[in-house]
Design a protein around this ligand. Sequence first.
Ligand code: NAP
Ligand code: GDD
Length: 348
Amino acid sequence: MKKALISGVTGQDGSFLAELLLAKGYEVHGIVRRASTFNTGRLDGIYADPHESGIRLSLHYGDVTDASCLRHILEKVQPDEIYNLAAQSHVRVSFDQAEYTADVVATGTLRLLEAYRDHVRVLGRAVRFYQAGSSEMFGAANPPQNESTAFYPRSPYAVSKVAAHWYCVNFREAYNLFICNGILFNHESERRGETFVTRKITRALSRIKLGLQSKLYLGNLASYRDWGYAGDYVEAMWLMLQQDAPNDYVVATGETHSVREFLDQAAACVDLDWAKIVEIDPRYLRPTEVDVLLGDATKAHSRLGWAPRIGFQQLVTLMMNNDFELARQEKTLREAGFTLPLGGGGRG
Ligand code: NAP
Ligand code: GDD
């Protein structure tokens, strides 16, 4: 049975990847940050009591800012594949917490790479490593972007991802390690964090439709993103590590849409005129914006045999259906006299 170690297992992608690997028969180990509240909600569907027998998902407390804990976890788990998904992944927040973002996203990757390199050297094990790179690294580069496009990062987050990318390339070349950089364009789902624009929109429009909220405050509506479905994208991560040789791949749908177009599609699902409810709040603007992301995933298509299954319209509909149902449940509970600790107002 193959063993995989996932940093960032509690995130959107981590939860989809853990499900995929369990379905493929892997033993899956995830690194979880200690928090004062539960942060494993996305794993509820696959988590089982560790006291039961035959459990194939194990969680380990750890943090990519703590090098010694990463070494201990590697020693204990002895994985065949490592997926480094841990990140402070919010671009706007990275302008407010630049140093912290660099510590987690850039130096955190370096810490895990160093632990991985020593593990392979000391134990002589063949271990493969996936790095969660981002289309944000292309930033201001002209679209369409592919593996040959020069990076032009436009945020502390993107600069940190570029550093992590080049650490991976350097470790691959210097120490002959099996390391792949996935350069993934935006991918969303019903599990997307609530402060990213797609989920912020689908949650708010659903709640507005049911009278639970009156306004939606957003930033720049003119930017374009190549939006795909997270469930499709984790398959590409796995495929990269199953090839004969390590390489870097762009993963994208090849279609781009503006935030405005996302609003149009989402509002149409619940028959709302968004122009009457959306207001622009400058706090959500970024000091430097990425205007257009549009990926060319020809290499992933031809070498990995990967293609997205879910298109833009289906993605918006799936997210709206999920969030409308959540809003309906919230309304029912409120009407029964319960208040929910939803929070989140003014963020994102
Ligand atoms: P996400 O939902 O924000 O998940 C990030 C994960 O990293 C969470 O599990 C988080 O833990 C964990 N984490 C944060 N800081 C950590 C630390 N110091 N030590 C250990 N774990 C830490 O992000 P995602 O959308 O799943 O994305 C996964 C990865 O792909 C990230 O590296 C992201 O930058 C990258 N990426 C995402 C996209 C996209 O469109 N989704 C596109 C390209 C690249 P908590 O749950 O405790 O916060
Ligand atoms: N978050 C947010 N909140 N974004 C807004 C808002 C708002 O209220 N209003 C407009 N936007 C615009 C942003 O300015 C950006 O142009 C676009 O919506 C998408 O923003 P996000 O959903 O926050 O995603 P992102 O593209 O900045 O970053 C995501 O994708 C990257 C891959 O390209 C994240 O998942 C990153 O971690 C990932 O690397």
